[in-house]
Design a protein around this ligand. Structure first.
Ligand code: ARG
Length: 577
């Protein structure tokens, strides 16, 4: 797609090679939107040393060879040697018309990569908490965006479905019976089940002994034990799917690839690493010692891959995930959307996989670090008003609060329509709050702020889209018929058109950096530009037919980009609100 950044980059590269020789054609000039001109190129300064010339002279030489007559209205050298590039109105209008008629709104597909994404990953028989909410929401937005960019995304929901606690859980399910009210909790309130099992384990020695024996049976592949284990996992799936349905995320049962999936790989992984001298036994445990990982007093920190009791742990399983994703899934990029506190764990896993040669140099593993969600006391959000935090209750509260607003703003709508709007707005608000701050930073969970109709919130953007729709409704027109062409007569039209051209590059950038908040920031800017445009430029009442057609096209393009952009983030846009 011919977006301004790509076009200007090409032109500057040609000018560089014309001015200084073809070896400069590969130079990657930094060209960004700027407050001083539409775009600013920082290209002369980084070359000053290499060329042994003053940056301003270099800039002058570039301008002399720069062929942008069809694109730019003005080119200026500023400060120590920046290039200020002002696009021509005609070019902006022409490109905006192209975005308007492009069903992908100017987002080009990329050469496809295979990208497994590990996200969500709740634990069987445990309540999902806000940290799971955030990896689910961010991971899903990345999956949608990368898919839209043309990649083959393979969702990997690495649920915690194996390990020593399962002895206790299986034994408890056996004790209460599969048809009991306690067992029912697994699908509705898993913590209640887990805590009851735990209480039994802590207070009754005979139960604890049976639970320990059960772990041995489970690991030994005992049929009856595995059957009950499967029952536990199946009921947890029902619970996970309830949350996923409420959230509107794309995960299905087909994406489940839990810890147990890798059981058969763990022994061979340990053997291979030991045979090749990458792992060694230390104090009874099989460990990998890597350069650069030292703790207090310079003591090396090991990655333990087999405990002294012979059991495998979280690290061994994650070595298996990376090996599987590279060798079996043929990944080009391997993405882990996991809490920031797990960064040391993942770095050690990645480095071990590299050392073992399971990770070829051209495959990049990426840890998308998820920051903590804090309560209003500034502490990690685990409880609310003394109660354990239930994710479903949190989502329900968001929807209820939204319903309260819809009931006052749209009392005439029927109840079903109002409920649907409330669900889109409430859930959208929670998801957008997770997405709009950079994924690795902490933020405070605050219903009032996330549901506000002003500021960079989900409801504000949904409302912006609904407002555009109402223009068309009022004019008894359909957005899809507003094909333009775009012409530019007013500064607010120009600013809006220019913003529309940035959608493609923004989505591309989200795919490269795996940072959805960049798309949020963009959509917020777009909605703001539309707001100014709408205040300053009459659309339906525009005096001139060409101007009216152009303004309708700009409005329709804005609607498309808002709806598409929110959809890439996993946020629904209601028809009205
Ligand atoms: N189940 C883990 C937890 O709840 C997260 C797993 C993340 N994925 C992974 N491959 N380690 O903390």
């Amino acid at each position: 797609m011919a977006d301004p950044q790509s076009v200007l980059t090409q032109r500057v590269q040609s000018a560089l090679s014309a001015a200084f020789g073809p070896e400069f054609a590969d130079e990657d000039p930094v060209i960004r939107p700027s407050q001083f001109a539409d775009y600013q190129a920082n290209v002369a300064l980084p070359l000053a040393k290499r060329l042994g010339r003053k940056p301003r002279d270099i800039a002058a030489a570039i301008v002399e060879h720069l062929d942008v007559a069809d694109v730019c209205g003005e080119v200026e050298i500023s400060g120590p040697g920046f290039l200020n590039l002002t696009l021509s109105d005609a070019w902006i209008a022409e490109r905006a018309s192209a975005v308007r008629s492009d069903p992908r709104s100017g987002v080009a597909t990329q050469s496809p990569q295979v990208i497994p994404i590990d996200y969500s990953a709740p634990n069987v028989a445990k309540e999902m908490h806000v940290a799971h909410l955030r990896t689910t929401v961010v991971g899903d937005a990345l999956a949608r965006t990368l898919e839209f960019l043309g990649h083959r995304v393979i969702r990997q929901n690495h649920i915690g479905d194996w390990g020593t606690p399962f002895g206790m859980l299986i034994e408890y399910l056996l004790q209460v019976g599969a048809d009991s009210a306690e067992a029912e909790f697994l699908t509705t309130d898993p913590n209640a089940f887990y805590q009851a099992a735990r209480a039994e384990f802590d207070s009754r020695e005979d139960f604890a002994a049976r639970a320990r024996q059960r772990v041995v049976l489970l690991q030994g592949g005992d049929e009856e034990t595995l059957r009950i284990w499967r029952e536990l996992v199946d009921r947890s799936k029902v619970y996970f799917n309830t949350v996923y349905a409420k959230l509107g995320v794309t995960l299905t049962d087909d994406d489940l690839a839990g810890e147990s999936k890798y059981n058969d790989m763990l022994g061979p992984i340990c053997d291979e690493l030991e045979d090749r001298g990458i792992a060694m036994v230390s104090e009874g445990a099989l460990c990998v010692f890597l350069d650069g990982y030292t703790g207090r007093e310079g003591k090396p920190v090991p990655l333990i891959i087999r405990k002294s009791d012979g059991g495998y742990g979280y690290a061994t399983t994650d070595l298996a995930t990376i090996k599987y994703r590279v060798e079996n899934l043929k990944a080009d990029r391997v993405v882990y959307v996991i809490g920031a506190p797990q960064s040391l764990h993942l770095r050690m896993v990645f480095d071990t996989a590299r050392a073992a040669g399971w990770l070829p140099p051209d495959v990049t593993p990426i840890h998308v670090q998820i920051g903590n969600v804090l309560g209003d006391d500034g502490k990690i959000m685990r409880t609310r008003r003394g109660q354990p935090l239930r994710l479903t209750a949190l989502l329900d509260e968001a929807v209820q609060r939204a319903a309260g607003v819809v009931a006052t703003t749209r009392p005439h709508l029927d109840a079903e329509t109002r409920d649907r709007i409330a669900a889109d707005v409430g859930v959208g608000a929670v998801k957008y709050a997770d997405l709009s701050v950079s994924h690795d930073s902490e933020y405070v969970f605050d219903f009032d702020r996330m549901l506000a109709l002003t500021g960079n919130t989900g409801p504000y953007l949904q409302y912006a889209a609904v407002r555009v729709r109402s223009i068309f409704r009022k004019g008894e027109l359909k957005p899809e018929d507003a094909t333009g062409p775009v012409t530019i007569t007013e500064p607010a039209e120009r600013a809006l058109a220019l913003k529309l051209l940035e959608f493609g590059p923004t989505v591309r950038q989200v795919g490269d950096t795996l940072e959805p908040h960049r798309l949020c920031a963009y959509l917020f800017d777009l909605a703001t530009a539309f707001s100014t445009f709408f205040e300053e430029c009459p659309v339906l009442k525009a005096g001139d037919d060409t101007v009216r057609a152009s303004r309708l096209a700009l409005s329709a393009a804005t609607l498309d980009v808002l709806v598409r952009g929110l959809d890439l983030l996993g946020v629904n846009t209601p028809e009205q609100m």
